[in-house]
Design a protein. Structure first.
Length: 121
């Protein structure tokens, strides 16, 4: 991932509604959700949601596909993983900081906090 792509993705995520939409789509997985379901789940007006979906799509963080009369939006997991790799590629001089990251697994905040707390002792 290039700096410009990372900046675009981070800028798209640096807004409360877009971050909520992206996290919801990550949670539901590759099957995605129709825009109406996203709006219902997050209580975002359709006109606002359309703008946010466009911004996330322009940053290549989500994809859209037609399913009958609905447009289904899904997280672009490849772009998400590329962004995470970009952000962490120079971490700890290129060495994996946490054992779970070496295996390619992401830690929950609680697990990461426990590891950080132990490291600080």
């Amino acid at each position: 991932m290039e700096n410009k792509q990372a900046i675009s993705a981070l800028a798209a995520l640096a807004q409360e509604s877009r971050l909520a939409v992206f996290r919801l789509l990550v949670r539901v997985g590759p099957e995605g959700l129709a825009a109406s379901k996203i709006a219902e789940e997050l209580a975002i007006p359709a006109s606002s949601l359309s703008f946010h979906l466009k911004e996330l799509s322009n940053a290549d963080l989500i994809s859209a596909r037609q399913d009958g009369r609905f447009i289904i939006y899904a997280a672009n997991f490849s772009a998400m993983n590329d962004l995470l790799a970009f952000l962490s590629d120079s971490c700890c001089n290129g060495q994996a900081c946490l054992p779970a990251l070496q295996a390619g697994n992401l830690l929950t905040n609680k697990a990461a906090d426990k590891v950080t707390d132990k490291a600080e002792m």
